[in-house]
Design a protein. Structure first.
Length: 618
C-alpha cells in the first residue's frame, strides 16, 4: 500500500484532531491483453475509478507484473485464464492483491481472489456503480448481508474462518466488548457477554454452548487467544495513544524497542496504537518521524506551554529545563485526551507513556433524499448498513428498512416524537453503538441535524450525512427555477412565530428572490399560504410563474404550473412544495412535455443583459 504523509499545521499543535492513520492511496492495475474492446473498457474504468495503471500486451507477462506492483487488479481476461495465470502467485490472503475480472462486454465484475482482505469485493461494487455492471459477490457474508469480521478496518487475529462459520450457521457466538466502540450489526446468534446487558440467548441446552467468540480489545491478541477455548477472533480497535520524548539523535530502533517493551509489559496490542505524540521541540526528530512511519501514523507534537499545564504523575525539573515542560511522554498522552495506562518508562535516551482514548459511539444523522432509491447517496447507504440501531419517523424508516443488516434494531416513531427519537439515538450512541437517525431530504434543512446538535452530544461523534433536499428534487423536475439567487421559507408556525415568518416572506419578496415554500398547507393550517401569496403579489407581477410539486420523486408525484394571480391553494398539502419565481423566471416551451420553469443565470456569453432584480412588472 502506498502512503502519503500530511504535514502538521500550527493549529494541530494546539488542538489535535481525532486520531487518524495517514491517507492511503491504493494502486489499481488493469490488465487488458490484446483485445481492443478490453482496452476501451479499461479506458472507461480508468476515468470512473479516478486513475489506474493500464498494462496492455502479453497477459502472461503483465498480470504477474501487476500482481507485484498493485494493491488491486482488474483483469479483462476470461475468468479461467486469469485463474491459471495467478494460481502460482497466491501466497497469503492478507497480503495478496485483490483481483476483479470484468467480462469483455462490461456486464459483470467478479471478485476472483481477495474479496475481503484484498478489497476485491468493494472494487467490484465501485465498478458496478460506475458502469452499470453487476457485481457478482460469492462470499457468504456478502450474500447474506452480514458484516465480515475482516472488513471492519481494524487489525485482527485468530480463527476468522471458524468464527464466521459459526455466525453463518446460527450457532451461539459470544461477543466480548472490552472496549465499547461502534460495531456494525451482527446476527441475533451473536450475543453480548453477560455484563453487556444485550441479547439474552434463549435456545435449547444443546445450542446454549458458546461455539465461537469475538473479542473487541486493545489487549495483546496473543494473550487473548491463549485463553480461548473455542474459535476466537480478536479485533483491535484504535484506542491507544503513545507519548514519547527522546534525546537528540536517538535512532528509531531504540525508540521502537522501548515502545515494544512498554506495550508488552502492560499486555497491550501494538495493533491498537492510534496516535504517537510528543513535544513541539521534537517535532523534527528523525527517529520519532521514522517510528511514526513504521506505525503508519502522524507524529502529533504539542506546544511546550500546553504540556506544561498538564498535571502528570512523574514530572521532571530536568526535562522542564531542557524543553520548557516538566513532562513530555505523560503530558502529551493526557493532552491528547487519553487516560494514562502506563506511566513514564525510561531508557537511556527516551521516555514512553501509554494511554487509552475514551470509547465514543457514533451517531449518523442521515438524509434520505426525496424518496427515490436512486437518489439515496452511497454514503447514506453505508451509514444505515453500519448502524446497530436505526431510528426515524415511520414513513422514512419504511423507505430504507431493507438496507438494515441482520441484527440491527430498527425503530419507527410517529410525527411529533422528535425529542424522544433524538434522546434514544443519543443514548444508544453513548452506550458505544453505531446509530443512524434517518430523515427525509437533507438533515440540515428543516430536519433533524440542528435539534440533534442542540440536544447535546458530549461523548459521541456526530456525522451529518447530506441528502438531496426536496427543493432540489422539485427544481430538477421543473427545469431550473433555482438557477439564480433563491430562498427557502417554512410556513409552519409550530416552532416559529408567524410574525417572524411574515418578516422573512416580505424580505424575500422585496429582494426579488425565487422562493421555495416548505410546509405550505396542512389540514389545520389553511390561511398561511394565501397570506404568503398576498405578500408576494404586492411585489411581483400577476403573471409571475408559480409551481406546485407534490410528492417529488415518488410514485404519486404531481405538478401544477400556474401564475401568481391564479394559484389555487386547494391543490397544496403538506407533501407539496410551492416555488414562486422572481421577476426574471419564466416558462420555456418544450416539445413533448410541460414547459420548463427557468430562472436565467444571466450569463454574458449568452448575450443576456437583463437585470435579474428588475422592478416588479418589468
Amino acid at each position: 500500500m502506498t502512503t502519503r504523509e500530511t504535514p502538521e499545521t500550527p493549529e494541530t499543535l494546539e488542538t489535535p484532531e481525532t486520531p487518524e492513520t495517514p491517507a492511503t492511496t491504493e494502486r489499481i492495475g488493469q490488465v487488458v491483453g490484446s483485445s481492443p474492446a478490453a482496452r476501451r473498457r479499461a479506458a472507461e474504468l480508468d476515468a470512473a475509478l479516478g486513475g489506474t495503471t493500464i498494462y496492455p500486451g502479453p497477459s502472461t507477462e503483465l498480470l504477474p507484473r501487476a500482481w507485484a506492483e498493485c494493491d488491486l487488479i482488474v483483469s479483462h481476461l476470461a475468468l479461467g485464464a486469469t485463474t491459471r495465470i495467478i494460481a502460482p502467485l497466491l501466497a497469503d490472503k492478507k497480503t495478496d492483491p485483490g483481483v476483479v475480472v470484468v467480462d469483455e462486454a462490461g456486464r459483470f465484475a467478479v471478485p476472483l481472489v481477495g474479496g475481503h482482505a484484498g478489497g476485491a469485493n468493494e472494487l467490484a461494487r465501485r465498478i458496478a456503480a460506475a458502469t452499470g455492471a453487476t457485481a457478482v459477490l460469492t462470499t457468504a457474508t456478502d450474500g447474506l448481508g452480514i458484516a465480515a469480521l475482516d472488513t471492519l478496518g481494524w487489525p485482527y487475529r485468530g480463527d476468522v474462518a471458524g468464527t464466521t462459520r459459526a455466525v453463518l450457521d446460527g450457532r451461539r457466538v459470544e461477543l466480548v466488548r472490552e472496549y465499547r466502540c461502534p460495531l456494525p450489526p451482527l446476527p441475533d446468534n451473536v450475543t453480548q457477554a453477560p455484563d453487556g446487558g444485550e441479547t439474552v440467548w434463549t435456545r435449547g441446552d444443546d445450542d446454549n454452548r458458546v461455539a465461537a467468540r469475538i473479542v473487541v480489545t486493545d489487549r495483546a491478541g496473543a494473550l487473548v487467544l491463549a485463553e480461548a477455548d473455542v474459535p476466537t477472533v480478536v479485533l483491535h480497535p484504535p484506542t491507544l495513544v503513545v507519548g514519547m520524548g527522546c534525546n537528540s539523535g536517538t535512532d528509531v530502533e531504540h525508540l521502537h524497542a522501548l515502545l515494544r517493551e512498554a506495550l508488552a509489559g502492560a499486555g497491550l496490542a501494538a495493533e491498537s496504537v492510534a496516535a504517537l505524540t510528543t513535544i513541539d521541540a521534537k517535532a523534527g526528530e528523525i527517529g520519532l518521524l521514522q517510528l511514526a512511519a513504521r506505525l503508519r501514523l502522524h507524529l502529533r507534537p504539542f506546544l511546550a506551554e500546553t504540556l506544561a499545564e498538564v498535571a502528570v504523575p512523574t514530572p521532571s525539573t530536568v526535562v522542564a529545563g531542557h524543553v520548557g515542560s516538566p513532562s513530555v511522554a505523560e503530558a502529551s498522552v493526557l493532552a491528547r485526551g487519553a487516560v494514562l495506562l502506563v506511566p513514564k518508562r525510561k531508557s537511556t535516551d527516551a521516555t514512553c507513556a501509554i494511554g487509552r482514548l475514551p470509547a465514543r459511539g457514533r451517531l449518523s444523522v442521515v438524509g434520505l433524499g426525496p424518496g427515490a432509491r436512486d437518489l439515496l447517496t452511497p454514503r447514506a447507504v453505508r451509514a444505515i448498513q453500519e448502524a446497530r440501531y436505526v431510528v426515524g419517523y415511520g414513513p422514512y424508516v419504511r423507505q430504507i428498512r431493507d438496507l438494515a443488516r441482520p441484527g440491527a434494531q430498527v425503530e419507527a416513531s410517529t410525527m411529533g416524537s422528535e425529542q424522544d427519537r433524538i434522546a434514544k439515538a443519543v443514548a444508544r450512541a453513548r452506550s458505544g453503538d453505531a446509530v443512524a437517525l434517518v430523515c427525509g431530504g437533507d438533515p440540515a434543512i428543516y430536519a433533524m441535524a440542528s435539534p440533534v446538535l442542540e440536544y447535546g452530544t458530549d461523548g459521541i461523534d456526530v456525522v451529518v450525512v447530506p441528502g438531496i433536499t426536496a427543493s432540489l428534487a422539485a427544481s430538477a423536475i421543473l427545469g431550473a427555477p433555482l438557477g439564480h439567487d433563491h430562498a427557502t421559507i417554512s410556513l409552519s408556525d409550530l416552532h416559529t412565530t408567524w410574525p417572524a415568518i411574515e418578516r422573512r416572506l416580505v424580505a424575500a419578496a422585496e429582494g426579488d428572490l425565487v422562493t421555495v415554500l416548505y410546509n405550505p398547507r396542512s389540514r389545520t393550517r389553511t390561511w398561511q399560504l394565501p397570506r404568503a401569496l398576498e405578500i408576494f403579489a404586492a411585489h411581483r407581477g400577476p403573471r409571475t410563474p408559480v409551481a406546485v410539486v407534490t410528492q417529488a420523486e415518488r410514485r404519486q408525484e404531481g405538478t401544477v404550473l400556474a401564475e401568481l394571480a391564479d394559484v389555487d391553494p386547494a391543490v397544496v398539502d403538506m407533501n407539496s412544495l410551492v416555488i414562486i419565481g422572481s421577476s426574471s423566471t419564466s416558462y420555456l416551451p418544450c416539445e413533448g412535455r410541460p414547459p420548463y420553469l427557468v430562472t436565467p443565470r444571466d450569463y454574458t456569453w449568452m448575450g443576456v443583459e437583463q437585470d435579474a432584480c428588475a422592478p416588479s412588472g418589468s
